[in-house]
Design a protein around this ligand. Structure first.
Ligand code: PAF
Length: 286
């Protein structure tokens, strides 16, 4: 696999692939790759001739006191993981200085979609994400970019950004890949102790319960939120940060689910220092 370190080389290679009339896909990651990321690479491969995976731990999306310094950096293992699914055409691995330079004064903000869920608890996080993804789009020039729906708010914000700015990039979301007991795969699961790992199953269970309630006709978001709070509360080691039900277009909380509406039920929970998120999309019958 070819590793590319600079934006100029990345753009030149992407331009060459475009000139050869190849369809280009990008899978942006921060590394520490697991089966969830590999599913994104496989989806990218299905949709394009040429796949770039970027690996960049983006400092601007971490707040003070978050895990930027300790975030796992595992390039050799990541390359092995990529090889196990047939590799990528290019792996873009820039340094921080290459992506931001010394005097970067520009950032990208999608207004209004970051007020709830993770955005309410991680000020500036989504501006960091939208800014780096814009830079990655400009460097890698993809036709398609593939993201995990586990980070549902991120996926919905990036889809809106690509639409609003007319990037000509199709933003595709891939279903969350889960461990056998339902825990969503995440690079942060490695922070869990054995006891925390056992109890972390409450996130996916709480969300599965909500799905069942909606299928049985429940339409009051307050009831669904309370059910998630109780489900998470059943794990003594869990500290709930939020449980919300929002509309997928506006990302604003919903009071009553409407026929035909697509909603998102989402939770964020601390186990010790590890912050885990999970969600489920709810299709309300019309
Ligand atoms: O989901 C992630 O890993 C990151 O937020 C992303 C999209 C690669 C931007 O740094």
């Amino acid at each position: 696999m070819n590793l590319v370190h600079t934006v100029a080389e990345m753009q030149a290679r992407a331009d060459a692939a475009r000139c050869a009339e190849q369809a280009l896909a990008l899978v942006p990651t921060m590394g520490a790759l697991h089966a969830g990321h590999l599913a994104l690479v496989e989806e990218a491969r299905r949709r394009a001739d040429h796949v770039t995976v970027s690996i960049f731990v983006n400092p601007t999306q971490f707040g003070p006191g978050e895990d930027f310094e300790s975030y796992p950096r595992t390039l050799d293992a990541d390359l092995d993981a990529l090889r196990s699914v047939g590799g990528a055409d290019l792996v873009f691995v820039p340094e921080v200085g290459e992506m931001y330079g010394a005097h970067a004064a520009t950032s990208v903000e999608v207004e209004g979609l970051g007020d709830h869920l993770c955005g309410a608890h991680r000020p500036g996080h989504f501006d960091g994400v939208t800014t780096i993804v814009t830079k990655l789009f400009l460097a890698c020039r993809p036709h398609v970019a593939v993201f995990g729906k586990k980070d549902a708010q991120q996926f919905l914000i990036l889809r809106r950004m690509a639409r609003d700015l007319g990037f000509g990039v199709e933003v595709v979301g891939v279903e969350t890949v889960r461990e056998a007991d339902g825990l969503a795969m995440s690079s942060r699961n490695r922070y869990l102790s054995a006891g925390e790992r056992e109890q972390a199953v409450v996130l996916s269970k709480a969300l599965a319960d909500v799905r069942l309630q909606v299928e049985s006709g429940e339409r009051q978001a307050a009831v669904l939120v309370e059910s998630m709070q109780m489900g998470i509360g059943s794990a003594p080691l869990a500290r709930l940060q939020y449980a919300e039900v929002v509309d997928t277009e506006t990302l604003q909380p919903i009071e009553t689910l409407q026929p035909g509406q697509e909603a998102l039920a989402a939770v964020a929970v601390y186990f010790g220092g590890a912050r885990l998120i999970d969600n489920t999309f709810l299709d309300v019958p019309g």
